[in-house]
Design a protein around this ligand. Structure first.
Ligand code: SAH
Length: 335
């Protein structure tokens, strides 16, 4: 992974102000599609923006610099450590920035309790940060030998190790299929059950590799298994559904919703939600007369996904799977 940053990312103040747990991680997580996000959100001075997945604050910083003077960013992240990095890094902007450790699945509640009744723009950058992958010690990567935890928020009740070691074989197979779209779900589930207990990320990565052999596409064969476990541990798809609905309601007319996803399960959810919100009647096709009374709330800005340029992909391999979709909240009279 390439950590070279394109924007000034060093924290103001002495270097030893950085937190202990990120001391070996320099510089910060490199935010993806920065120009595209900035253009899509149409950030303006004095505006109010919500970064639902602030991580280490890369996108937050960009939004902050464009909304000052007068603007404000509500920066949410489930991971208290990542958010602490963002808070330290952005302390020179502290009067324009409110960090909140919580899940964006509770977006409306969080926003209302911080005087954000409406927002000019909302960003959800899914996936995980370089800090989480490389330095959190939570077993997100099969390339590291760490405890299989995978929780963004340490108060989440179930770890990846508990799922791997306590689930029935058929439950594991379903999870790998539903959340990883893993072709070898049943074979891997059987191998996991026979290989238990499995406690570390490297152990699980090796077991999957031994079971299904090297992947033809050059990706590690455990990529989908790790994705599935991460989604399950953090209820990622459910959170996205909840967050999307609330984001639409929170936007001011003309406000933009920008979502960056990293795999097809997430992207499909975003695409479907946007299409649904852009439609008038959403009654089932067999209903002869509209009974839903639904009117469109969004205009889809990106007919197709926006992906990183070749240059960005080369400089930041993590950006390779990123795909952005953008929608705009409609004015009442547009309905
Ligand atoms: N845009 C960020 C990086 C985001 S990485 C930057 O530029 O630094 C994705 C982040 O989403 C991670 O920090 C992860 O903890 C957070 N996350 C995942 N699910 C979440 C949820 N339900 N609520 C809030 N944050 C979440």
């Amino acid at each position: 992974m390439n950590f070279v940053a394109t924007i000034p990312l060093t924290p103001e103040g002495p270097v030893n102000d950085r937190l202990d747990f990120t001391a070996d991680l320099a510089p910060y997580h490199q935010p993806v599609l920065t120009n595209e996000v900035s253009q899509a959100l149409i950030v303006r001075p004095g505006g109010k923006y919500i970064d639902c997945t602030a991580g280490e604050g890369g996108h937050t910083q960009i939004i902050l610099e464009e909304c000052i003077p007068g603007g404000h960013v509500l920066a949410i992240d489930a991971d208290p450590k990542a958010l602490e990095v963002a808070r330290c890094r952005l302390r020179s902007h502290q009067s324009h920035f409110t960090p909140v450790q919580d899940s964006y699945a509770y977006l409306e509640e969080i926003a209302y309790s911080h005087n954000f009744n409406k927002a000019d723009g909302i960003l959800i950058d899914l996936g995980l940060s370089s800090f989480q992958l490389e330095a959190s010690g939570r077993g997100f990567s099969f390339q590291r030998n760490e405890q299989l935890d995978m929780r963004f928020d340490p108060s989440t009740p179930v770890t990846a190790a508990q799922i791997v070691n306590n689930s029935r074989q058929d439950e594991l197979a379903r999870l790998l299929k539903d959340f990883g779209e893993e072709r070898h779900a049943r074979t891997i589930a059987r191998a996991i059950v026979h290989g238990r207990p499995i406690t570390t990320s490297a152990q699980l990565g090796e077991l999957v590799k031994r079971t299904v052999g090297p992947s033809k596409k050059g990706r590690h064969p455990a990529t989908r298994t790790f994705q599935a476990l991460r989604i399950a541990v953090n209820s990622e798809l459910e959170n996205l559904k909840q967050g999307l609905q609330q984001a639409v309601r929170l936007l001011k007319p003309g406000g933009r919703l920008v979502i960056i996803s990293y795999h097809s399960l997430e992207d499909r959810l975003v695409k479907t939600a946007f299409q649904q919100e852009a439609r008038g009647c959403i009654c089932p096709i067999e209903v002869p007369q509209c009974a839903c009374g639904h009117s469109p709330t969004l205009r889809v800005i990106t007919r197709h996904i926006v992906t990183p340029s070749e240059k960005e992909r080369m400089e930041n391999p993590r950006s390779r799977s990123a795909r952005m979709r953008v929608a705009e909240r409609l004015y009442k009279e547009d309905h």
